[in-house]
Design a binder for this molecule. Structure first.
Ligand code: KIV
Ligand code: NA
Length: 276
């Protein structure tokens, strides 16, 4: 299959064809998801929670994103790779935002970056796009603003909040974002925004009316430690499979069941009794 590009995502929106996106943080998962046919791989700053063990995405650095972004890009042949810009890499000045977006593109080989925020980020989005870098925007529950939002809760629920979200979406489209992630907003609002935009919307906890969907891969696979949000569907229970596999390994080592002859190397022309 040929590489998914920003143009392909634009065509999908026009054709009314769904876009699939999943997070990936390393090479082997990127290879597996790419071969399975997922359209977009997101090197999410959720790696702070999922891979690095922080309790938010705030401590994640440019170095973290670049390190994992490189690994994912090496594994993605077909999928379009998007790398999250980490907290404070684009919020301070427009100039720093463009510099950091450029570093991510140069050092990882990704095809796009993602930034959180609404209309207030339009100037930043527009500057990054002007530098030739495709941008995915992200509205609704934006985890880098968790302290300002007062926790992980559904956004856009009041008349005013819903209007603001629609205005934000329009401003980000106008600024040149080629896709919009909408996290944790009511289904009907997400559908309304999707109809109002020419760019693809990608939902997470935003219902079936979006152009595409994204999930954290560990959540989908049931490989998550702790809290599972309502919007997650667990397609597997890898945590149990891993635990059962490792338990069997430990038991077989104790019982000398593993390694068997098929896992071991045999001597051919050496007479052991002559060794001293
Ligand atoms: O970091 C992440 O995983 C994300 C998705 C949840 C959209 O931003
Ligand atoms: Na993110």
């Amino acid at each position: 299959d040929k590489k998914i590009t920003v143009s392909v995502i634009r065509e999908r929106k026009l054709a009314g064809q769904a876009v699939s996106m999943l997070t990936a943080y390393d090479y082997s998962m990127a290879v597996t998801l790419d071969r399975a046919g997922v359209d977009m791989l997101l090197v999410g700053d959720s790696l702070g929670n999922v891979v690095l063990g922080y309790d938010s995405t705030l401590p994640v650095t440019m170095e973290d994103m670049i390190h994992h972004g490189k690994a994912v890009c090496r594994g993605a042949k077909r999928a379009l790779v998007v790398v999250d810009m980490p907290f404070m890499s684009y919020q301070v000045t427009v100039e720093a935002a463009v510099t950091n977006a450029g570093r991510i593109m140069k050092e990882t080989g990704a095809q796009a970056v993602k930034v959180e925020g609404g209309e207030e980020m339009a100037e930043v989005v527009s500057a990054i796009v002007r530098a030739g870098i495709p941008v995915v925007a992200h509205v609704g529950l934006t985890p880098q603003s968790v302290h300002q939002l007062g926790g992980f809760k559904v956004q856009g629920k009041s008349q005013a909040a819903a209007q603001k979200l629609l205005n934000d979406a329009r401003a980000l489209e106008k600024a040149g974002a080629f896709a919009l992630v909408m996290e944790c907003i009511p289904e009907a609002l997400a559908q309304k925004v999707t109809q109002a935009l020419q760019i693809a919307t990608i939902g997470i906890g935003a219902g079936a009316g979006c152009d595409g969907q994204v999930l954290v891969i560990n959540d989908l696979l049931g490989m998550c430690s702790g809290f599972t949000p309502k919007f997650v569907k667990k397609y597997a229970n890898l945590e149990r499979m891993i635990s059962e596999s490792v338990t069997a390994y430990i038991r077989e080592i104790g019982e000398k069941q593993f390694p068997g002859p098929e896992h071991s190397f045999q001597l051919a022309d050496v007479e052991l009794e002559k060794l001293y």
